[in-house]
Design a protein around this ligand. Sequence first.
Ligand code: T46
Length: 132
Amino acid sequence: MKPRLIELDILGDERGSLVALEAQQNIPFPIARVYYIFGTKPGVERGFHAHRSLQQVAVAVSGACTMVFDDGKERSEVRLDDPSRGVYIGNMIWREMKDFTADCVLLVLADRHYDESDYLRNYAEFLEQLNG
Ligand code: T46
């Protein structure tokens, strides 16, 4: 499935804003792990891998970054710059991240624990796995 944007309701009042992330509600899987990427140095690009099985949702809770996706046929990109918008990334999607602002905090929710054997870090191997 191609990456898709998820609009997250803002539970705001006169004090400010709050967004709740709930497994199998606005996050379409059981959440096993949460991590965040911050302090990314200028000009740095990250990612450059796909996951065999992992599903994730990424939200820039502060600042902005660009995620580039590749399903083996098409490339697309999304600018994450709003804490009320996430992107759902299914398995077997190559992703790259770039153009991080200095204040970017990229929060990622995942449906599995960290497992290096789930990563495809070589693009040719990714295509090979996709094409059978
Ligand atoms: C992804 C994108 C959006 C761990 O030990 N545990 C973890 O849960 C994670 C995510 C990483 N690590 C280790 C593995 C590496 O030694 O932290 C180091 C940096 O990870 P990596 O180079 O994979 O980071 P990114 O930013 O290229 O990719 C990360 C996630 O790994 C990946 O699943 O989809 O963010």
